[in-house]
Ligand binder design. Structure first.
Ligand code: PBG
Length: 333
């Protein structure tokens, strides 16, 4: 319970703000490198680091460069790297078969990182959009995104990622029953230690725009994702989704996007007390870096403040494109 302050001047709330030492003493939350998950984009080729115009400072990297980036991240103390593939448009099909190809980009990158940088945990993304000719996270049949057939494909995709060595699998597709189906398949196939971080409360958001450029899905996407991603107007539904995913075997849950949904982060943490994460998505990153590049805000300060806000809202960690920059800032490197 919040204490009601005694009347002025018995109570002067500015007393505990008077110096850096005292501010440090009473500081309630902290941001550390342990809180960071770094999302990265993988592409074909060798020796390539290709800038993404709508995400200044973010690159699509070939597998060899991803391994170098993972080495750097591990040296900075970043615990998890999260892979998103930029798939050659020629490999996108209606049946999305590339999604469970053991030799696809994401799986090759996972194996390369696990071999070279075993101490960093690898997280992978389960959803069909990088492989789907129409840019959707599920199969499209007669204009409808079908649930149950999609879940069977997601299970195959998740198993191929586990086979490649993924430590954490992140289903971001928002189909019903995918967590349970994937959890069962992992158990049956000897992957009982593979963790599931469910994109449990994922909203149909305008803030994913730059990401869709980054993975080459923008041009491909037909229509929108409102029949499977959440309505930004809803809060109670987020708690039902989290409850459902936990009951199906999720080890950790995520709220996405981040900054506009801090109320959801707080209620998830209060209601369930489970490891709770937020994804500070591409559009949030673009807003901060874009404004900073124009000299309209102090980029470093805004970055740190935005990430501290997630901790204050109850998150245990944050997926953020700022991860290496924050890690460097926090360690003074
Ligand atoms: C799709 C996926 C998306 C993001 C992560 N996984 C985009 C979408 O749902 O269209 C967005 C991440 C970001 O914007 O940074 N499975």
């Amino acid at each position: 319970m919040t204490h009601t302050p005694a009347p002025f001047p018995t109570s002067r709330l500015r007393r505990t703000r008077q110096s850096a030492a005292v501010r440090g003493l009473v500081r309630q939350n902290s941001l550390t490198v342990d809180d960071l998950i770094w999302p990265v984009f993988v592409r074909d080729g060798e020796g390539i680091e290709e800038p993404i115009p709508s995400m200044p400072g973010v690159y699509r990297r070939s597998v060899d460069k991803i391994v170098e980036a993972a080495r750097e991240a591990a040296d900075l103390g970043i615990p998890v790297i999260c892979l998103f593939p930029y798939t050659d448009p020629a490999l996108k099909t209606e049946d999305c078969a590339e999604a469970w190809n053991l030799e696809n980009l994401s799986n090759r990158a996972t194996r390369a990182i696990k071999a070279a940088v075993p101490e960093i945990a690898v997280m992978t993304d389960v959803a069909l959009d990088p492989y789907n000719i129409n840019g959707h996270d599920g199969f499209v049949v007669d204009g409808e995104i079908v649930n149950d057939a999609t879940v069977q494909a997601l299970v195959k995709q998740a198993l191929s990622q586990a086979e490649a060595g993924a430590d954490i699998i992140g289903p971001s597709d928002m189909m019903d029953n995918r967590i349970g189906a994937i959890r069962n398949a992992l158990e049956e196939n000897g992957f009982q230690n593979v963790m599931l971080m469910s994109y449990a409360a994922k909203y149909a958001s305008a803030f994913y725009g730059p990401f869709r450029d980054a993975v080459g899905a923008s041009g491909a996407l037909k229509g929108d994702k409102t029949t499977y991603q959440m309505d930004p107007a809803n809060a109670d539904e987020a708690l039902r989704l989290v409850a459902r995913d936990l009951s199906e075997g999720a080890d950790m849950v995520m709220v996405k996007p981040g900054m506009p949904y801090l109320d959801i982060c707080r209620s998830v943490k209060d209601e369930f007390g489970v490891p709770t994460f937020a994804y500070q998505v591409s559009g949030e990153y673009a807003m901060i870096t874009g404004a900073a590049q124009n000299g309209w805000i102090d980029g470093d300060k805004a970055m740190l403040e935005s990430l501290m806000a997630f901790k204050r809202a109850g998150c245990d960690g944050i997926l953020t494109y700022f991860a290496p920059a924050v890690a460097r800032k926090l360690s003074g490197k």
